[in-house]
Design a protein around this ligand. Structure first.
Ligand code: ADE
Length: 419
């Protein structure tokens, strides 16, 4: 088994300071960590986690370790790793960490295989690269794995497709699909962190700008809402009539991307699909357009074609590549088309990751309780765990709510009562 591979062990103290800062805003996870430390529900489990290596993830890892698990962590994106956090986990938590910011695809996958060499009993994935590598390589003992969890929409789509093809070899809990995950993390988390990444990368003013949001899923909704809040004129593009209708009724302009291409100052993809912004759109963009992606993979912007179209590509600012077209127009691509919220900013704030990672920790505990009893399918987080996370979060925020009266309970249970 390999030793950790991190950029700089000397960053551990700085990492610890930042992890502690995030912990302050993760009260639900902290409570779970406290209970895990008493009850040791993960004792004997070896967890391989492929997650963005952030301060929030470090708090999840701390929780899993408190629960008795041994953890190996690799990055779920080559540009999202916070090297000081990787150093903290490797030095202070006896976690094997394989994550260095800015590695190429080859090293990225070698880090995934290093995590798999720890012979996991549970996988914890964000995007399904870990699970797909495990499934496509016969040298790993997949029989040891009691189950896995998946953090994001893209990963859940991939894993459902594996289950549909009957190639999934162990059960997965779709953490992304928990209400306390996607209603908050995908919407408010992506909304804020994407704007944060675009601003940190460009320092451009959003007020009065035309901001094109490609995709109106939960992430797109959050991004459109926050861009509007910054004073931008928001245009939404969609392929799904229902989502497009929702965007219209939320008050956004909706049109094909080819129409929006000429007027956009900012473009951001959040679709989970490939080739969303492509030649016909680059052809129409105005000089100075900013193009970014906040979907999981760097496939949403056709950068290969853009590079072929450009007469020159130049690095003009940290996280900004300028593609100069033969007619003189310049198109600026942020963070190499990788998720701008994690590559150019720090990802979602701890307050929302608190709920996402509370679900992760509870899902891992659930898998241990159900070991050997689940089919090789993608399961929802049990509703009672989702409800527990919501209740704990409200309590931590000091928010109290009403309770149904006995009369209301019997009314809801009856079908005889009408007008
Ligand atoms: N995904 C989005 N934001 C994140 C964060 N802060 N930590 C881990 N994964 C994330």
């Amino acid at each position: 088994m390999q030793a950790s591979q991190i950029a700089d062990a000397g960053l551990a103290n700085q990492g610890e300071e930042r992890v502690r800062w995030a912990a302050e805003d993760m009260p639900v996870l902290r409570q779970i960590q406290y209970r895990f430390a008493q009850q040791q529900p993960l004792k004997g489990q070896q967890i391989a986690a492929c997650l963005h290596v952030t301060t929030e993830t470090a708090n999840l890892v701390d929780t899993l370790v408190a629960g008795g698990a041994q953890v190996a962590l690799c990055a779920s994106n080559p540009l999202s790793t916070q090297d000081d956090v990787a150093a903290y986990l490797a030095a202070k938590q006896r976690v094997r960490v394989f994550a260095i910011r800015g590695v190429d695809n080859k090293v990225y996958y070698s880090h995934i295989t290093a995590a798999l060499e720890t012979a996991p009993t549970i996988t914890m994935d964000d995007g399904a690269d870990l699970v797909s590598t495990l499934h496509s390589n016969k040298e790993y003992d997949i029989e040891r794995v009691i189950g896995g969890t998946e953090e994001t929409t893209t990963g859940v789509v991939r894993l459902r497709s594996m289950a549909g093809d009957k190639v999934l070899r162990y059960p997965i809990i779709a953490v992304n699909d928990a209400a306390t995950k996607h209603f908050f993390d995908n919407r408010y988390g992506t909304g804020q962190s994407t704007i944060d990444g675009i601003i940190r990368a460009t320092n451009r003013l959003l007020a009065g700008a035309n901001f094109v949001v490609c995709g109106y899923g939960w992430c797109g909704r959050g991004l459109a809402m926050r861009a509007r809040g910054m004073g931008a004129r928001v245009i939404v593009t969609e392929v799904n009539p229902l989502k497009a209708l929702e965007a219209v009724m939320d008050g956004f302009e909706v049109c094909p991307l080819e129409t929006a291409a000429a007027s956009g100052d900012f473009f951001c993809t959040v679709t989970g699909n490939c080739n969303v912004i492509r030649k016909e759109h680059f052809d129409k963009m105005k000089d100075g357009a900013i193009v970014a992606n906040s979907g999981h993979f760097n496939i949403e912007i056709d950068l290969e074609t853009l590079a072929k179209m450009a007469k020159q590509v130049q690095h003009v600012r940290h996280q900004v590549e300028q593609y100069e077209m033969p007619d003189g127009r310049r198109i600026h691509v942020l963070a190499e088309g990788r998720l701008v919220n994690l590559a150019a900013a720090e990802g979602h704030p701890a307050q929302v990751m608190d709920m996402s990672f509370a679900n992760q920790a509870l899902a891992a505990e659930h898998l241990v309780g159900k070991a050997g009893k689940l089919d090789n399918l993608v399961y929802d987080v049990p509703a009672e765990l989702d409800a527990e996370v919501a209740a704990l979060k409200l309590a931590a925020m000091g928010v109290t709510i009403d309770k149904l009266t006995p009369r209301q309970i019997s009314y809801l249970a009856s079908w005889q009562e009408g007008t």
